[in-house]
Design a protein around this ligand. Sequence first.
Ligand SMILES: Cc1ncc(COP(=O)(O)O)c(C=O)c1O
Length: 395
Amino acid sequence: MKADFLKYQAQTTPHPLAMEVSYAKGSYIYDINCKKYLDFVAGVSACSLGHQHPKVVNAIKNQLDKYLHVMVYGEYAQKPAVELSKLLASHLPAPLDTTYLTNSGTEAIDGAIKLAKRVTGRSEIIAANKAYHGNTIGALSIMGFEERKQAFRPLMPDVRFIEFNHELDINQITTKTAGVVLETIQGGAGFIEPQDNYLKKVKERCDNVGALLILDEIQPGIGRTGKLFGFENYNCVPHVVVTGKGLGGGMPIGAFTASYEHMITLSDEPKLGHITTFGGHPVIAAAALATLKEITESNLIQETLEKEQLIRKHLKHPLITEIRGKGLMLAAMTPSADITNQIVLQGQEAGLILFWLLYEPKAVRITPPLTISNEEILEGCDILMSVLNKIQPTN
Ligand SMILES: Cc1ncc(COP(=O)(O)O)c(C=O)c1O
């Protein structure tokens, strides 16, 4: 399978981990040789309820017996999508009550950018240096990492970048600005939390100049940081919230949510202001509905903070200089990219799945499923500590 994977599936990295997967359940993935791996990554923050959570699987199976795709987004009322949108509204602060469901996070970001342009009649979009919001042309245009996007220029015009957490830069948001797109916690940059009410100050500025604040909750959202939405930790309610990843419980999804008044603009002048064939797909929406119910009706959200403490307590090693992040969105920082590489690769050898962050080569990603047990956390920390003990710094 590995040879075919490398030959027939388009490759996007010269060094894929290339694990040959046969089965996954709970917090573990098994390869074709029946080797068991404890998952400290959760498909990059996507498998919020672990692998094959019974409630998600049942919801999918029940929906399979009713109907699959029946119509493009927005024409027919389909219960899973309606209930998911309604449940999201019930958990979001006013005025965030209307949701557009997409197939991926990047598509939801593009939709949110379009919404900001449509609502304000302006074109300028402001994003942050080292931001990651996805890979479609809109989201790529607001990526704050030139090296990864210069080959794809020309991109969307009228994009400006500010420094995340820099108060003075907030003045660059003006009456020309349609929207400001920020990750609530910067992910690819190294799990950087907003400081000193930064998001609140950006929101106030947006309110003053008539721009929309769009918060990208695709990674921190849906319970990973001790709150259902990461922004609840930072005194700020955005004009638009974008979710994805963990909302799907292992199925592909994205969503952007705004006020009804803002969202209704997508239906007029021009009508069909955002189109998708499969967005809100009944099977995906059923999985997401089951995921959101399970996360909000259990203790999982609160437990993320206890699990964070457990990880912080047990991951103490001279090669870990700092643990960044919140809840189960953590990054263990090492002295060098080389050490991080060794940890990720040797971790996989030792049966522990770890991963990198996009732009911060010294970070080791620790984003396990929210359902991971305390025993599994200790097991993972033990494996990681023994890997760390064997690391040979090369420089
Ligand atoms: C913060 C953030 N925004 C957007 C995206 C894009 O989501 P997707 O890969 O589902 O398009 C990601 C994916 O890693 C992300 O981490």
